[in-house]
Design a protein around this ligand. Structure first.
Ligand code: OSB
Ligand code: MG
Length: 370
């Protein structure tokens, strides 16, 4: 599989509703769509870096730079069929996992199309539909939050995650728990606390939560261990798990009881599968996180979440929870049992709606093999 060209599309897509976390508020999501061409076929990947370095140090700007200057030259005009080859090829580029993962996804899609195999099969998935939930951003008040959650429950979501931050934690979560006594509920702090401030979270331990996601900083695996010792509620790590090694550290330190896997954060689907395998072997439950993906990244998340170790509902909601208009012809819908079907077509199993792609593209760069 010789790569003829690689094209970057900087996208900006309006969200159906603003999404607010402890690190900021998004009304229009930005990302980079990568397309690669080989043997007359096109593979697509989504780089989930955002406009701002809030969730990760990477941004659309840094990812564009890394892909254009460092990753594309390693691939163009050369054979590159296996994800493992790709990882070895980009090994000397330190960090920049979101950039690497976006390109790796395009390679998986292309290879799946060449071989006529769906991504879920290539990754070792065992399900054709996966359990999903919805991630609800910070709202203007606990009352508005309860109304928003009610709307998602009515739409059929069987698991709710709410975002918290200092001053908007116990009150918000208690309001939701009191309004809906038996729902599956979890919270995500996106690193907003430290060992000095975490005690304000103690009352959450009485609210029967599935998990508390990433209360402390990205590089605080050791402090998460201390926190987990103080809480009955499982701590779940998101931002902290950026490589297979970090997953092992968390396991060995008993820093958490659950891991959220995002292919972007760990540098690609191949790395996500390795982390899944390790967690499965050691009895650590995992679930698939989300980054407000377009239909391209959503298809990838669904395929990943079909692996056997993904035993908790993923942050993979229906397309209409995010976008009125998406860049894929396919739209993902919620089944009555709070599942979404995993695409079964070759590769990611989605097709690009070129009109929508054009409409949401702010900048485009095509790089050709010499
Ligand atoms: O921490 O899980 C997170 C979105 C952007 C950045 C970080 C996170 C999120 C979400 C949204 O929670 C999950 C989704 O895509 O629905
Ligand atoms: Mg998170």
């Amino acid at each position: 599989m010789k790569l003829d060209s690689l094209t970057l599309h900087h996208l900006r897509m309006p969200l159906v509703a603003p999404f607010e976390t402890s690190f900021g508020r998004t009304t229009d999501r930005e990302c980079i769509l990568i397309s690669i061409q080989s043997e007359g076929l096109t593979g697509y990947g989504e780089c989930v870096a955002d406009r701002d370095p809030g969730y990760s140090y990477e941004t659309v700007g840094t990812a564009w730079h890394i892909m254009k200057e460092f990753i594309a030259p390693l691939l163009l005009g050369r054979d590159s069929d296996e994800a493992e080859h790709f990882q070895r090829r980009v090994e000397h580029i330190r960090g920049h996992h979101l950039a690497k993962a976006g390109v790796e996804m395009a390679l998986w899609d292309l290879r799946g199309k060449l071989e006529g195999r769906p991504l879920r099969e290539m990754l070792g998935g065992i399900r054709d539909r996966v359990q999903v939930g919805v991630s609800v951003g910070l709202q203007t008040s606990p009352e508005v939050l309860v109304k928003t959650v009610e709307k998602y429950l009515a739409a059929g979501y069987g698991r709710i995650k709410i975002k918290i931050k200092p001053g908007r934690d116990v009150g918000d979560t208690t309001a939701v728990r009191e309004a809906f006594l038996t729902i599956k509920l979890q919270v995500d702090a996106n690193s907003a606390y430290s060992l000095a401030t975490w005690e304000s979270l103690k009352p959450l331990d009485l609210l029967d939560l599935l998990l508390i996601e990433q209360p402390l900083n990205e590089d605080d695996i050791w402090d998460h261990r201390k926190l987990q010792k103080e809480l009955r509620t499982p701590v779940c790590l998101d931002e902290s798990i950026i490589t297979l090694r970090h997953a092992r550290y968390a396991l060995e330190m008993e820093a958490c009881k659950i891991i959220n896997i995002k292919a972007g954060r760990v540098g690609g689907l191949s790395q996500a599968v390795l982390i899944h395998d390790l967690c499965r072997e050691r009895g650590m439950p995992v679930w698939c996180g989300g980054m407000l993906e377009t239909g391209v990244g959503r298809a990838s998340n669904l395929a990943l979440a079909s692996l056997p170790g993904f035993v908790l509902p993923g942050d993979i909601s229906a397309s209409n929870r995010y976008y009125t208009e998406d860049i894929t012809c396919e739209r993902f819908t919620l089944n009555p049992d709070s599942t979404i079907d995993v695409p079964s077509g070759p590769g990611l199993g989605v097709t690009i709606e070129s009109g929508a792609l054009k409409k949401f593209t702010l900048a485009e760069l095509r790089l050709d093999a010499e």
